[in-house]
Ligand binder design. Structure first.
Ligand code: FAD
Length: 375
């Protein structure tokens, strides 16, 4: 019988050996201590649950596996990865981030937005962007916020712009106004149908799709243009391939970055990115991350965007509805694992849907090695 320190993966066999797993299972990493018998059966005497951010978070001693407990040799020694590999892998130092905000409706929301912008600005993001309400309902507020971010914070700002409910001339006019105000980066979108409308109908003289808008914007001025991408396929698309063709059209029209719709499982992003690259898309496909703070709200948000919500997300936050402190800790550890998985997949640029709340985005940036810069 040999002493065992191994890795347990849920519903999988125990893996023999002393190594720390390379993959970060969502939630945490379990190291088991126990014994391996000559007949290749195992006995587990203790399970240690590690989180990449907080280290050891749970120790369950005297775990009763089905058999052979009498033969278990319990080690009192703490489990230390014997190959010396760190529990937290080194993050490369070329990571870049951008932050998305929505324009405020009330004085209180205005205050919250600027608290968020001021907190995140020292992280020196590549850009900060501001969304555009359905049908241009936030036109002035989006404009004012974007211009103020750039002028007062000295951070490159991007304005979201949609095709909804406006003629080409009107949309071009908004874009020209941005250019004249010093805003040279547009996140170009078709937009969602206004509330109450089941499907999107283009304005009779308007841009029908984001690819048309990109073409139009490039005629107005030489904007930097980002567009949307959908790892789980946009709801109106006839197929995943057709949606990817659409993304390619937007890039061919002049966009130089795609920002993804939110997703929870990093594998969903990786598969999509690999497919896009295979389809000849060479611009960065930046993962759009929604830090999960309140699972019910996030699920509603996800539903509206056609994003699937994995069952483990519910498990992870189950029982924490009335416990915001623990929720924040769990959310931070989940986000840390997600970004590490993405970094391991070669991602070096991230876009955060901050919902005008800075703390979790700030924490994830810290995990990504981003520190405040003197301005
Ligand atoms: P498009 O790229 O035009 O695609 C829309 C649909 O039409 C897709 O299903 C596509 O496959 C299909 N399609 C495209 N071209 C053709 C064609 N020629 N023939 C047939 N089908 C076609 N919404 C807002 O209102 N304001 C915002 O500020 C905002 N910001 C966003 C930021 C990001 C990063 C993301 C990911 C989304 C954002 N959205 C915003 C949501 C977005 O407007 C919606 O998802 C919208 O439904 C689609 O916009 P799009 O630019 O992807 O559209």
């Amino acid at each position: 019988m040999q002493p065992l320190q191994g890795v347990k993966r849920r519903k999988q066999r125990y893996i023999e050996g002393n190594e720390v797993p390379q993959s970060f299972k969502i939630g945490h990493t379990r190291l088991c201590e126990g014994a391996m018998h000559e007949d290749d059966t195992l006995s587990i005497s203790a399970v240690f649950v590690f989180n990449p951010v907080y280290g050891l978070i749970k120790r369950s001693q005297n775990v009763t596996s089905k058999a052979q407990l009498s033969e278990v040799r319990v080690s009192d020694k703490p489990i230390i990865p014997s190959d010396g590999s760190p529990l937290i892998e080194k993050i490369p130092d070329n990571v870049q981030v951008s932050f998305e905000f929505f324009p405020p409706k009330t004085e209180k929301m205005h205050e919250r937005l600027w608290t968020a912008i001021t907190r995140l600005a020292p992280l020196n993001p590549r850009f900060m962007s501001v969304t555009y309400g359905a049908g241009g309902s936030t036109r002035e507020r989006t404009h004012d916020t974007v211009v103020r971010i750039q002028k007062e914070m000295g951070i490159a700002a991007a304005a979201h712009l949609t095709c909804v409910g406006a003629s080409r001339e009107e949309v071009d006019g908004v874009a020209r106004h941005y250019w004249d105000s010093g805003i040279k980066h547009i996140v170009a979108l078709r937009g969602d149908p206004p509330k109450g409308d089941a499907s999107f109908t283009a304005h009779p003289d308007g841009y029908a799709y984001a690819s048309d808008l990109v073409t139009g914007l490039k005629k107005v001025a030489d904007f930097e243009i980002s567009v949307a991408a959908y790892p789980e396929t946009h709801q109106d698309a006839t197929s995943a391939d057709a949606d990817l063709d659409n993304l390619k059209r937007k890039i061919d029209a002049g966009a130089t970055r795609a920002i993804t719709q939110l997703f929870f499982d990093p594998d969903v992003y990786r598969r999509f990115r690999d497919k896009a690259v295979a389809a000849g898309i060479t611009v960065p496909i930046v993962p759009g991350l929604l830090p999960v703070t309140h699972v019910t709200q996030n699920v509603n948000f996800a539903k509206n965007t056609g994003t699937s919500v994995p069952s483990w997300l519910f498990d992870l936050f189950n029982g924490l509805d009335e416990d915001p402190g623990t929720r924040e800790l769990v959310a931070a550890s989940l986000a840390a694992e997600q970004v590490k998985r993405l970094v391991a997949d070669g991602v070096s640029e991230f876009h955060f849907y901050t919902l005008n709340r800075p703390d979790l985005s700030y924490a994830i940036c810290h995990v990504l090695g981003i520190r405040p810069q003197p301005h």
